[in-house]
Design a binder for this molecule. Sequence first.
Ligand SMILES: [Zn+2]
Length: 116
Amino acid sequence: MNRPPAVLWIAVVLLLLVPTAAGRLLLDLAGGLLLTLLALPLILSGLGWIGWKLLQSRLIICSACGATGFKGSPVCGVCGTPFAAGVDGPGASSVASTPASDCTIDVIAQDVDSDS
Ligand SMILES: [Zn+2]
């Protein structure tokens, strides 16, 4: 029962080693299949990333409840708060009152005793 597979493998190896048209066709086919298998996940993930970015650009986040809705709708679908123009993105409601460039943080230098 072990003979037929060995003969088959030898035939395939001979087909690949001896430069014949069938061997070249087999090698080209294997190379194309390998290339397709390697490139397909990259292409699919790129398309998925583009689709995700496109979807993200059309979404708006409610400033009252944080639910996600489409930009075309006038009010939030969850809580009914009207979407204000220019308020989108996470954390926009808390930052809108005071810009970060206007805030100052006072830092006071203190000596720390090292030999205590
Ligand atoms: Zn809401």
